[in-house]
Design a protein around this ligand. Structure first.
Ligand SMILES: Nc1nc2c(c(=O)[nH]1)N[C@H]1C(S)=C(S)[C@@H](COP(=O)(O)O)O[C@H]1N2
Ligand SMILES: [Mo]
Length: 401
């Protein structure tokens, strides 16, 4: 038997035994309650079971309208985030926009300035893609002393949806982009009038003007009725409540790309336009705030994603980073998309730490916190993608660190 085969074989055996260990034997003479109870009638618009209570965690607002809500990653499964639990970030509150009167303008360095209603936009060929969004402020608590009390509060500013809409390049072709154009400035219709500059090349590649999320209209929090989806780029550039695209020949250096969303480097200079979100992974269970019921088999579960393409590998360490084992990736494994991984783990009941490390299709390997800090210094806030470590105590408690 080849070495790889043998490893696979042992893993299969271990998983089977583990399954048996987790199963509960039915007591002798056990009878299942088979009473029939008349149920409720159909509902026109669905809601979850009244026994389910999972929620986003909302950052206490510093001022009215500027807030963030975090996805409870620890308790979710699969790669699609339920729309009701998609993280939110807004700088001027969630506007209430009537789609019947909303107008979307493309102007600037174009042959034909165009204005669209939602209905007009929906007559263009539709396309869809599943991709993650991640706020560049996600995991900011982990730069210095890792301190978030849960994976929701360390990593919950990322979510993954299926988005449908029109390719921006289709609309730009319709408008006729002039040769001197090189950037596109996007503006939202919210209280913050969120404004971001996007390289024209990206807009002619895979940017979407989206009006649907997971099959239905966008949620108000996600930009109803219209938003940009800029796959792999930091969250803030995915302008919601989109009302205007101005085609220009230089970036606009708006507030959101000078005072905010820049990375202060060790030499005191600020790096601008860090567009792409680098590869990152995190173990979602067990994770901080959870408690293991006891020694024995546990399945380590998590998520990995990269703004540069598909995840090709995730490794898990159950001894604080000394040894690493390949995790199983569960399909579909899509580019620029949350990817599920699992890894069987036999806990011996002694204190240890669980870590995950991912690699993407460019060969980039998720760095340790120390590696990141050695390059980026200790003044950074945004764009943290270091390896996360969850400490397991002898009593089964899981903490950050
Ligand atoms: N118009 C507008 N667009 C916006 C924002 C905003 O405040 N206003 N916030 C941005 C930020 S910082 C992020 S991280 C993403 C969040 O998208 P979501 O709320 O759908 O998760 O939207 C971006 N688009
Ligand atoms: Mo963000």
């Amino acid at each position: 038997m080849a070495e790889g085969d043998r490893r696979q074989f042992f893993r299969r055996v271990r998983t089977t035994l583990a399954g048996a260990a987790a199963a509960v034997a039915a007591p002798a003479g056990f009878t299942l309650d088979t009473t029939k109870v008349q149920g409720a009638v159909a509902r026109e618009y669905g809601a979850r079971s009244r026994y389910e209570t999972l929620k986003r965690w909302i950052t206490p607002a510093r001022f009215l309208g500027s807030t963030a809500s975090w996805t409870p990653l620890g308790e979710l499964n699969g790669i699609i985030t339920p729309s009701s639990l998609h993280y939110e970030r807004h700088h001027g509150g969630v506007p209430d926009i009537d789609p019947a009167s909303h107008q979307f303008l493309i102007h600037g360095l174009v042959e034909r300035p165009l204005v669209f209603s939602l209905a007009q936009l929906q007559r263009f060929p539709i396309t869809q893609r599943i991709c993650f969004l991640e706020c560049s402020g996600n995991s900011y608590t982990e730069w210095r002393t890792p301190s978030a009390p849960s994976v929701q509060r360390s990593h919950g500013l990322t979510s993954c949806s299926e988005w449908s809409g029109v390719r921006l390049k289709t609309l730009l072709a319709e408008a006729g982009v002039m040769t001197e154009a090189s950037w596109v400035v996007a503006e939202g219709a919210d209280g913050a009038a969120m404004t971001r500059s996007i390289p024209l090349a990206k807009c002619l590649d895979d940017v979407l003007v989206a009006y649907a999320q997971n099959g239905e209209a966008l949620r108000p929090e996600q930009g109803y009725p219209l938003r940009l989806i800029v796959p792999g780029f930091e969250g803030s550039i995915n302008v919601k409540w989109l009302r205007r695209l101005k085609i220009v020949d230089q970036p606009y250096y708006s507030r959101e790309e000078t005072s905010k969303y820049t990375d202060l480097l060790p030499d005191g200079r600020a790096r601008e336009f860090t567009f792409t979100m680098e590869a990152k992974s995190v173990i979602t269970a067990p994770s901080a705030g959870m408690r293991l019921s006891g020694a024995g088999f546990h399945e380590v579960r998590g998520l990995a994603w990269s703004g540069r393409g598909a995840i090709t590998r995730v490794e898990v360490s159950a001894d604080g980073g000394e040894h690493w084992q390949d995790a199983t990736l569960h399909g579909p494994v899509l580019p620029i998309c949350h990817t599920r991984f699992t890894c069987p783990w036999e806990w011996d009941g002694t204190p240890t730490a669980l870590l995950s490390r991912c690699t993407d299709e460019t060969g980039y390997v998720q760095p340790t916190r120390e590696q990141l800090r050695s390059v980026r210094g200790d003044k950074s806030f945004y764009h943290y993608n270091g390896i996360q470590s969850w400490r397991i105590g002898a009593d089964g408690t899981v903490t950050n660190g």
